[in-house]
Design a protein. Structure first.
Length: 370
């Protein structure tokens, strides 16, 4: 048995709220590491769209790793990619032998960032997809679960007992959780890193202005062009998967995942998902119009710590990605960043991303064995 009694939740976003309350509700001592400890209550209330409500208590709430990580048996990061490196550097002095360090999502480069900072012997684990679609209702006090996953997948590295952790989280999240055979099976996903950029490109790339007379619904107004872009990006993504030592069935194509046959049926499927209802494109109101916010997480997270990572792996695996390149070039222009150039991944802003080359991975062998 793992003997885990206390868990540090690292990050106070929507997933941090919900997972902290869930863990506490299941009997774990929960310590919360957040940049805003003064805004938190000692008890968090969680509801869902089915009318279920439960509460979870917090043992310690602090912005210091020595007061949260140091007193926990496990640390679970619930933060965007750009926060991982700094957070792990602060946590490193308090990571003890035998302690598990995980991430609620791994497509942001968690495994190679963590190995780079914590070393090859750290007990790392992470999920392929997040367990919930959720939103904060009142910061530090309450959140709502808008959707559950039917299954979850978890990977460990290097010798982390992913099967035992899968059993633990099956009970915690009340969701069947299976152990993956390779860390790349948790790292590579066509969820947010492909889904969000493809939708934004499909939504906006043909527009000649950045301000509109309404706010766009991200999913409910999804169109066939966005589906077509997503399918083409996913086809390139699947070519990368085919060249890696992973079980491709664990990373299904986008049409298989959404039980669709083509762009039109994919559009209908995405529009119909209850958990996606009401989610808007990030826009700023300017008088009577709404301007696209090119500096929200759809850009600052899903490009440098999402789609760009996929591109960096494609470069090492020698897979051509014309559709992904087109999306990256358009989005980096809107972000006023330079990642991709005519010569490849040579842009001046690459140091602020999670690409594998930033963490000493330059060959297929290094990527596959880490």
């Amino acid at each position: 048995m793992l003997g885990i009694k206390s868990i540090c939740i690292c990050g106070g976003g929507s997933l941090g709220h919900v997972i902290a309350a869930v863990l506490s509700n299941k009997g774990y001592v929960v310590n919360l590491w957040t940049g805003h400890p003064g805004k938190w209550q000692s008890e968090i209330t969680i509801g869902d769209l089915n009318g279920k409500t439960f509460k979870g208590g917090l043992h310690v709430v602090s912005n210091r790793a020595e007061e949260t990580v140091a007193v926990s048996d496990m640390a679970l990061l619930c933060v965007p990619g750009f926060m991982i490196e700094q957070m792990l550097c602060e946590a490193k002095p308090y990571v003890r032998p035998g302690m598990f360090i995980g991430s609620v999502v791994c497509s942001n480069g968690f495994f190679w960032i963590a190995r780079h900072i914590l070393g090859a012997t750290a007990g790392l684990f992470g999920f392929q997809r997040v367990p919930y679609i959720c939103r904060i209702t009142e910061y530090g006090k309450s959140a709502v679960i808008k959707g559950y996953k039917s299954t979850l997948k978890i990977a460990g590295y290097p010798d982390t007992p992913a099967d035992i952790l899968a059993g633990m989280f099956s009970q915690v999240f009340e969701t069947p959780t299976c152990a993956l055979g390779h860390y790349l099976e948790a790292t590579l996903t066509n969820s947010n890193p492909l889904l969000h950029p493809a939708r934004i490109f499909g939504m906006l790339s043909r527009e000649t202005v950045d301000s509109f007379d309404k706010e766009f619904l991200f999913y409910e107004e999804w169109d066939d062009y966005s589906s077509d872009v997503l399918i083409r990006c996913d086809n390139e993504f699947q070519q990368i998967i085919a060249k890696l030592p992973v079980n491709g069935k664990e990373i299904p194509g986008i049409l298989d995942y959404y039980e669709s046959a083509d762009a039109a049926s994919l559009t209908r499927k995405i529009r119909s998902i209850t958990a996606f209802k009401g989610i808007k494109m990030s826009m700023n109101r300017e008088g009577a119009t709404y301007a696209i916010d090119y500096f929200n997480r759809y850009f600052t997270e899903d490009i440098p710590f999402g789609l760009l990572i996929i591109k960096s792996i494609a470069a090492v695996m020698e897979v051509e990605t014309p559709c992904i390149d087109g999306v990256l070039l358009w989005m980096q222009n809107k972000m006023r960043k330079e990642y991709l150039t005519a010569s490849g991944l040579q842009g001046k802003d690459l140091s602020g991303s999670g690409i594998i080359q930033n963490f000493g991975i330059h060959t297929a062998g290094q990527l596959c064995s880490l």
